[in-house]
Write a protein that binds this ligand. Structure first.
Ligand code: ADP
Length: 576
């Protein structure tokens, strides 16, 4: 499996080599002003030659223009590299965020999506440049020693103090900042999940209690952050004081060395500029420390995610399945848990067969459905589509061959047409209308103010439960899947909707599509060829509908299904 993170980093490494080269030339050009200064004081002021002054100035300005151009090119290269880096990992990251959220909903994987920004900002900004400039500190310090050892030592000690302050800053604030970011993530996560249910919050008067829970996280984050800022503030002002004092000391020492004739007057200013250059990368690293720490943490999290969470495996593309399904000794657990919710389920369906899954609440019907669409892990046994295990299909290919209507129909922000076509790019209106027509929802959509272009918010706020379910059905059968799975498709439907649903199932059957649905209603069971009865995570019976069930003339109040007692024995063996 490709680890895009590793390949992106290795591409970035080669870019860093070129950035180091740019930085080398840029740092050499930093000698322009101190050299100019030396020439000015020690040569021009003595010779009083205007020509020399003009020539020196022209050369210096020419070199400074080169410097400016190189800096501009370096930052351009970095920004482009950042975009490429992002491009190389963002798709793989998105897939992994979805996989991890599905496997462990508590993992807060969505924050990985902002980690990529944090890391890219560091890699393309001043932080990385400061690191590339670090190897030049010894060179500038050596030049300070060249002027005079005293000047060299002042610069070395100065750099050491500033660096020590940076380390102290890191040590004293690291834990606090981590803690603060944990609290603030909790606050964001809490508010994001809470805001999805605003209506319940208002209606049940839960606002105060939820707000106080949110503000605990929020206040903890602020207080910890403030404590960290207090500590950092002391160190920041100390470091400013140290820097300014160093300038005074170096000028003072230069003055002393000049009046005792140990260095030239030009060297006083040149030495002060040199020390400034030597301290600049240290200063920058100190200034970028927080960003660096953030980027390092983001790097760690991203690396872990790419190492631990499998990305999309590059599988062979299998031909469109005919819709033959076999489930063998299936056992299923919920993601991140161990207790099997379903065990020993065995049955098979031929293309065009319709299976109704029935049983009391909590029997494991939805668990079966989730494993059949490939989103819940199978702990033992197998589910095969045309002989190939579900896990052998490319996830996206499988999705295209499969239609799924979950119990809670979530529609996505966009138009009804986009929702039906599963947000695919290349679709024709005819395909969308065909799916809507087969699922009997075309009339209903046309009656809406904007028809197929009606925009629906997150969760499909403007549609009723029944309307959402019917649009969800059209989405499930869009693209002529070979195999359609519906989890209580008639839970919110009126009699007209139910009738349309039964027609849809029969039409799918006529086209050779295999259909599996969970239901509590006899009217829908009547259109099935086979029935699977589940109870307490076990398969109670499987067989032809006509043999297994005896439809009652009058539907009982709960609308539930009557099991034919004489047939309600041990599970019939799966056939085919
Ligand atoms: P049904 O659809 O037949 O009502 P489900 O398949 O939804 O039943 O649930 C079967 C059992 O699995 C129930 O006991 C339920 O509590 C449990 N269950 C459902 N979802 C999860 C989950 N995400 N994690 C752990 N247990 C779950």
């Amino acid at each position: 499996m490709i680890n895009q993170f590793k390949s992106a980093l290795s591409v970035y490494r080669s870019i860093i080599v070129s950035i180091l080269l740019f930085s080398a030339v840029i740092n050499i050009l930093m000698f322009v002003s101190p050299l100019y200064m030396l020439q000015l004081y020690d040569r021009v002021l003595h010779s009083r030659s205007e020509m020399t002054l003009i020539m020196l100035t022209l050369i210096a300005v020419g070199l400074l223009i080169t410097y400016a151009v190189l800096e501009w090119v370096r930052s351009r290269v970095l920004v482009r590299a950042g975009l490429r880096f992002d491009d190389m990992i963002s798709d793989g990251l998105f897939t992994r965020v979805i996989t991890q959220t599905m496997q462990s909903p508590q993992s807060r994987s969505e924050f990985a999506l902002s980690d990529i920004d944090r890391l890219r900002e560091f890699l393309t900004g001043q932080g990385l440049i400061a690191i590339c400039d670090l190897p030049w500190i010894p060179v500038f310090l050596a030049v300070c020693f060249y002027f005079h050892p005293i000047i060299g030592w002042i610069a070395v000690i100065g750099a050491a103090i500033i660096f020590a302050l940076a380390i102290a800053n890191e040590v004293m604030t690291k834990n606090l900042l981590n803690e603060a970011s944990g609290y603030s993530q909790s606050a964001t996560h809490f508010s994001n999940t809470t805001l999805r249910n605003v209506e319940v919050i208002r209606a049940l008067g839960m606002e105060n209690s939820l707000r106080s829970r949110w503000s605990i996280f929020h206040r903890d984050a602020l207080e910890t952050q403030a404590l960290a800022s207090d500590r950092a503030g002391v160190l920041l002002s100390t470091s400013k004081f140290v820097r300014m004092t160093l300038q005074i000391l170096i000028l003072g020492a230069g003055g002393y060395l000049a009046i005792t004739n140990q260095i030239s007057p030009g060297a006083i200013v040149a030495a002060s500029i040199m020390m400034g250059r030597a301290l600049q990368p240290v200063d920058q690293v100190v200034g970028q420390w927080k960003q660096f720490v953030g980027a390092r943490a983001a790097y760690g999290r991203l690396k872990k995610m790419f190492d631990d969470v499998p990305g999309e495996v590059d599988r062979l593309e299998l031909p469109k399945p005919s819709g033959r399904i076999s489930v063998e000794q299936l056992a299923v657990v919920a993601p991140g848990t161990r207790t099997p919710l379903l065990q020993g389920v065995t049955f098979s369906l031929e293309p065009g067969e319709v299976l109704a899954v029935i049983g009391p609440s909590g029997a494991g019907k939805s668990s079966l459905i989730r494993s059949m669409v490939g989103v819940w892990p199978i702990v033992s046994g197998a589910i095969r589509l045309d002989g190939a295990e579900l896990s052998h299909w490319k996830q996206n290919d499988l999705g295209a061959h499969l239609g799924y209507l979950p119990q809670d129909v979530e529609l996505f922000a966009g138009s009804i047409a986009e929702n039906i076509s599963r947000f695919r790019d290349e679709v024709t209106p005819a395909e969308i209308i065909e799916a809507a027509t087969i699922s009997g929802v075309h009339q209903m959509i046309q009656a809406l103010p904007d028809g197929y272009e009606t925009q629906i918010g997150v969760g499909g706020g403007q549609l009723s439960g029944g309307q959402r379910q019917r649009v969800g059905l059209a989405r499930a059968i869009f693209g002529k899947p070979s195999f359609v799975i519906l989890d209580e498709p008639n839970a919110n439907l009126d009699s007209e909707g139910e009738e349309a649903l039964a027609k849809t199932v029969l039409e799918l059957k006529a086209h050779g599509v295999s259909v599996v649905f969970v239901t509590h209603k006899i009217s829908l069971v009547a259109v099935s060829d086979k029935v699977l009865i589940l109870n307490a995570g076990k398969m109670q019976a499987f067989g032809p509908t006509k043999e297994l069930l005896q439809p009652t003339q009058v539907t009982p109040p709960a609308g539930s299904v009557q099991v034919n007692q004489s047939e309600n024995g041990p599970a019939k063996k799966a056939q085919g």
